[in-house]
Design a binder for this molecule. Structure first.
Ligand code: ATP
Length: 429
């Protein structure tokens, strides 16, 4: 398995991920996705959206504001309880999460530690011109709470009957005490969340359904089975209102780690918001004449963690003719670029660009004329482009191009007017 140092360096070199504000020395826990990384991220989000919303009749989307009414976070319990106990070193002043240190003295310098203090992970800001207790607001630490506060609006306008879900992709912020492991634990990240509302008697069934379906999704975007596992939480790990929770875990270089959590949350969330807002958030079933607060099954996955898992899973090194070849074997559905077009010489730019433009109508395509063909192959192997297409002098005569397969390195001569078909068949097959 690739080590983190090698991956971080590839990410920087090829434009997947940069340290945020690097020219100022960086800022801990924040990352920027470069031209290739943001394509990867987009593929992941589009794929999730298609699977969770577009292809389903029982799920609709939502896009809510990052800052919500501060009572939202009182009702959800975050103001009171969203904190990790922390200790400071009296000598070197470093701060640690209590559950992450095994020693009673500072793991860095051996200094004496303070008593544990609670530290809320929500970022605070002020809304409006005055900065007082009244104007405090929070950057959301998860995207789902506004799905609950919008439950009634969405249900009314979409006229969906239970069971149905509301999905959202968006940024979340947590002032993590020890951001680490590259983009695995950062202070600003993206989540893709589904809240699936059902009758309380059916929540177990839906919970099991979603655990399986989320696991299958990771396989469908190419994650290797041996690197993936489901970990059901033990009873004492569960929140008091939850009756089941399972994590989808991936084998990272630093151990098995959570990518996604699926939880049967009962009707805790809607009940809390109904209580704190004084608004009625129940559901009336016209057929059975039953009125009840729906139960919720939640699926919550990090985009950044998924991208990290995909990159680790895809990374391969091999020796070809005595040279090291690094290749990212991304599944074609999430590869940043599906195809790249190379003119053999600068003189062939015009027909090559024309071909690239045509391919862009159907695929995500890149164009590259810098350096030798070998160099261009190496670059595209490292960003995981499944097919590289070379337009050469003979192409002018035979109206065909050379298509090179990233994984087998096999080359096929394909007629230009058959190229879209050829590539489509490969991606489907
Ligand atoms: P952890 O135990 O690792 O802190 P969590 O259980 O608090 O995670 P959740 O609150 O369940 O995480 O959030 C759902 C998902 O959001 C996680 O599975 C993860 O993919 C993502 N996520 C949470 N915190 C972070 C973070 N600091 N950086 C990147 N992704 C995160």
């Amino acid at each position: 398995m690739v080590d983190m140092e090698t991956l971080v360096s590839l990410c920087k070199r090829r434009g997947f991920v940069f340290q945020s504000s690097e020219i100022y020395g960086g800022i801990n826990g924040f990352w920027d996705f470069g031209p290739v990384g943001c394509e990867l991220k987009r593929r992941v989000k589009d794929n999730w959206w298609r699977t969770m919303v577009q292809w389903r009749e029982d799920v609709v989307g939502l896009d809510t504001s990052i800052i919500a009414h501060p009572q939202t976070w009182v009702a959800s319990g975050h103001v009171e309880a969203f904190s990790d106990p922390m200790v400071d070193c009296k000598k070197c002043k470093k701060r640690f999460r209590l559950d992450e240190i095994t020693t009673k003295v500072c793991p860095e310098c051996g200094g004496e530690l303070t008593d544990p203090k609670k530290f809320n992970l929500m970022f605070q800001t002020h809304v409006g011109a005055t900065q007082d207790a009244e104007s405090i607001a929070y950057l959301r630490p998860e995207t789902c709470q506004s799905i609950f506060t919008e439950f009634k609006n969405v249900q009314t306008v979409s006229r969906l009957k239970i069971p149905f879900g509301i999905a959202q992709i968006g940024k979340a912020f947590r002032n993590e005490i020890t951001p680490r492991n590259f983009i695995f634990r950062s202070r600003e990240f993206e989540q893709m969340e589904l809240e699936f509302f059902c009758h309380p008697k059916e929540s177990k069934k839906w919970y099991e359904y979603w655990v399986q379906s989320r696991y299958d999704w990771f396989l469908s975007i190419g994650v290797r089975k041996e690197n993936l596992r489901l970990r059901p939480h033990a009873k004492d790990e569960l929140a008091h209102y939850a009756s089941g929770c399972t994590d989808v875990e991936f084998q990272m270089p630093f151990g098995w780690s959570e990518l996604e959590g699926i939880a049967d949350r009962g009707n805790f969330d809607l009940s809390q918001h109904a209580k704190f807002s004084g608004k009625d958030l129940d559901y009336y079933n016209e057929e059975t004449k039953e009125r009840f607060i729906p139960a919720v099954v939640e699926t919550s996955v990090g985009v950044d963690r998924t991208c990290l898992a995909l990159m680790i899973d895809a990374y391969h090194e091999e020796e070809v003719k005595g040279e090291k070849r690094v290749v990212m074997r991304f599944h074609p559905s999430i590869a940043p670029y599906q195809a790249a077009v190379f003119p053999l010489s600068g003189k062939l730019r015009e027909p090559a660009v024309k071909l690239e433009k045509e391919l862009r109508k159907y695929f995500t395509a890149d164009y590259d004329e810098a350096g030798s063909i070998g160099k261009r192959y190496r670059r595209h192997d490292e960003i995981g482009t499944p097919y590289c297409i070379t337009y050469d002098f003979q192409s002018e005569e035979d109206h065909a191009v050379t298509v090179r397969n990233r994984d087998t390195m096999q080359q096929d001569r394909v007629a230009v007017d058959q190229l879209v078909r050829y590539l489509s068949d490969k991606f489907v097959g």
